[in-house]
Design a protein around this ligand. Structure first.
Ligand code: URA
Length: 236
């Protein structure tokens, strides 16, 4: 993690204020005085301010634009995982993805080492809405839309009524679906059940978190304070 970001995470001031502290210089990383606010601090480094050791063991929250071909897991014997996409300096013990996107699904994924928050977000009955954009094999018909919107009974669960919106100018082949649950392959199963097939799936939002077009696939950013406050409020 960048040194200025680390210090402001640890409540030593705004980015501007902590940059002044760093420029003085008052901060050492592994015994070396650092003047560069952008210095990449390894998570294992000993960081001191005026000789006092800082506790780097803070909770981190990253919003990733997951690319296709990467597994939503912490480790995998064969494939790259979403945690492999996190820079060494930004990793923390216990960092894991909250919920699961299929290997070929792209889009918004939250990663954190805050197990309580992650657990509460996925708790049954929480029903945090998640919006996906599905590219379909055949156009969505009004009958398909009605079935999706009413809820579908599967062997293991019945999907809650979903919100369905066709993306304009896509000949009804791109559809936004908002669901409350997060069952295994849920969106693909729902479209299959109504006689369609998902060719590509991209998650656009989860509760108050939305993916912006500027976050490139395979990259991530920390949640803003406002996003963090809103996601924490959801789990209260
Ligand atoms: N539903 C699916 O079918 N796949 C995903 O990756 C997420 C939701």
């Amino acid at each position: 993690m960048r040194l200025d970001r680390l210090l402001s995470h640890l409540q030593y001031g705004t980015r501007k204020e902590v940059r002044r502290i760093i420029k003085k210089p008052r901060v050492m990383v592994d015994g070396v005085l650092i003047r560069d606010p952008g210095f990449d601090v390894p998570s294992t480094a000993v960081v001191t301010l005026d000789g006092q050791v800082l506790d780097q063991d803070l909770a981190v929250y990253y919003l990733m634009n997951k690319p296709a071909g990467v597994i939503t897991a912490t480790t995998d014997a064969h494939d790259r995982t979403v945690v492999d996409l996190i820079a060494e300096a930004d990793r923390r013990p216990g960092l894991y993805p909250v919920g699961r996107l299929d290997k070929d699904t792209t889009g918004l994924l939250l990663l954190t080492n805050d197990g309580t928050l992650g657990h509460n977000l996925l708790a049954p009955g929480k029903h945090v809405p998640k919006t996906y954009e599905a590219t379909l094999l055949v156009p969505l018909t009004p009958e398909m839309a009605t079935q999706l919107a009413q809820g579908i009974a599967f062997k293991d669960f019945t999907s809650q009524p979903a919100r369905v919106a066709v993306v304009p100018d896509t000949a009804a082949k791109r559809v936004r679906l908002t669901i409350g649950e997060g069952k295994y392959h849920q969106v693909k199963r729902m479209f299959k059940r109504v006689g369609n097939e998902v060719l590509a799936l991209h998650r656009l939002s989860m509760g108050p978190l939305t993916l912006s077009a500027t976050l490139a696939a395979g990259t991530y950013r920390p949640l803003t304070e406002d996003e963090l406050a809103r996601i924490k409020a959801l789990t209260k």
